[in-house]
Design a binder for this molecule. Structure first.
Ligand SMILES: *Cc1c(COP(=O)(O)O)cnc(C)c1O
Length: 437
């Protein structure tokens, strides 16, 4: 099929993320990907600055991941998980339990990040119900978060970004506290913030099932960073007020922030943890919800006799097999030194943008770089400028950001810097033109 036909069928029939018809920006047709390179149908080669939304940490067509997939396909691509089990699932569960904080020992495999958050919420609510405390069924979160697009996750996404006004009466009413202070604001601000949280948890402890947050990095809700000390403080407060702590590490997990998991920087363990995105190295959709023996035991003693969830494609063997290999590739790689190097090179390269009028912030953490503008990004101008510079990025709201595959080399990182800078300048030029006219 030629690329014109693909684009025509796409425009006529295919939804894209947050899309409508006709789409405002026709998607580009991809022919193939390898390493950190996305090749478009017309032969244009782009450095992937997005890791396909935090997922493809080892790049595309990784020989070991390709081989793992082919080998598993030769045995079984899928088999139901009710009443049956298999090596890829068992092996992956053992690996996840070994690499996550100690008390997390029970693994529920879900088919996407959003579903793993649904499962986390269900675990928390079922836990309290099983303990004879059915009133503890509300969630508390801080503003600026993102937890997925199905209804339970939507209820704890940032109310403005999640368009809660539109969903009133449809999504559950949860408790929102102000967004966490920025990492650089420091100690005193954090203490005041934790005091506020303490009061909120104290006042609502009879109704709260859990606090749910993205530790250290708020991703799609605004690409903001807060201090690990806040997570440590939150852990103490949850214990004090008998509320579970759910950490959504779907974006932050597997080295992205510089530690294996973001909670590792705070040296705490959540009661429930969600993993996804980079779990399969970006090959297949798979997520996992981990919890403690204690929570699993209480749920199992309850009226449902178990956890009320069971996706058709639960623990898909292809996805589990490639995930096992992806975790091995990560363990065998130099990610611990490379992730901070990536961050430093991006920080150095993007630093001059701080002096550009219209740029309000440039920040990096781990292998994440963010350029924040003073107004909405002109998506078409910014994307075209980045592509012309050889980079694929997908800005949103007022943010141009990158989290490249860990295998990216220095020359390719310079393309990321050049592309993000070009995108920022192009977007700001539109804003200036609009002001002038
Ligand atoms: C992407 C993301 C999700 C949702 O995962 P999907 O696989 O897209 O359903 C949930 N939480 C966080 C923090 C995410 O970044």
């Amino acid at each position: 099929m030629d690329s014109v036909t693909i684009a025509e069928i796409d425009a006529e029939h295919v939804w894209h993320p947050y899309g409508g018809f006709p789409s405002t920006t026709g998607p580009r047709v991809v022919r193939e990907c390898e390493g950190v390179t996305i090749t478009l149908a017309d032969g244009t080669e782009l450095v992937d600055g997005m890791s396909s939304w935090w997922a493809a940490v080892h790049g595309y067509r990784h020989p070991r991941l390709d081989a793992a997939l082919a080998e598993q396909a030769g045995k079984m691509s899928h088999v139901m998980f009710g009443g049956l089990t298999h090596q890829p699932a068992a092996q992956l569960a053992a690996k996840l339990v070994a690499m996550t904080p100690e008390p997390l020992r029970k693994v529920f495999f879900a088919d996407s990040g959003s579903v793993s958050v649904e499962v986390a919420v269900k675990m928390a609510v079922q836990y309290w119900r099983s303990l004879g405390r059915p009133d503890k069924r509300t969630l508390l979160t801080w503003r600026g978060g993102y937890h997925g697009d199905t209804f339970a996750p939507m209820s704890v996404c940032d109310p403005e970004g999640g368009m809660h006004a539109m969903w009133r009466g449809v999504i559950a009413d949860q408790v929102f506290v102000p967004a966490p202070p920025d990492a650089r604001e420091g100690g005193a601000v954090d203490q005041a913030y934790l005091a506020m949280l303490d009061a909120e948890l104290e006042a609502r402890r009879d109704h709260l099932a859990a606090v749910i947050v993205e530790p250290v990095v708020q991703g799609a809700g605004g690409m903001r960073f807060h201090s690990p000390e806040l997570i440590a403080g939150l852990r103490r407060l949850c214990d004090r007020h008998d509320v579970l702590l759910i950490c959504d590490e779907i974006a932050t997990g597997f080295g992205r922030t510089g530690t294996l998991f973001a909670v590792d920087a705070a040296e705490v363990s959540p009661d429930i943890m969600c993993l996804g995105k980079a779990l399969t190295g970006g090959y297949l959709t798979l997520a996992a919800t981990l919890t403690t023996d204690r929570i699993a035991e209480v749920i199992s003693r309850g009226e449902a006799g178990g956890l009320a969830h069971g996706p058709t494609f639960m623990a898909n063997p292809l996805a589990c097999a490639v995930a096992c290999t992806s975790l091995d590739v990560l363990a065998d790689s130099a990610w611990r030194s490379r992730v901070p190097e990536i961050g430093r090179r991006l920080a150095d390269g993007l630093a001059p943008l701080r002096r550009v009028s219209g740029v309000v912030d440039v920040r990096t953490l781990g292998a994440i770089a963010v350029v924040e503008l003073d107004g909405p990004v002109d998506m078409v101008a910014a994307t075209d400028a980045a592509v012309a510079a050889g980079l694929w990025v997908r800005p949103f709201r007022n943010l141009i950001y990158a989290m490249p595959p860990f295998i990216i080399d220095d020359r390719q990182l310079d393309v990321v810097v050049a592309g993000m800078s070009a995108a920022a300048h192009a977007s700001l030029a539109t804003a200036t033109r609009e002001l002038a006219s």
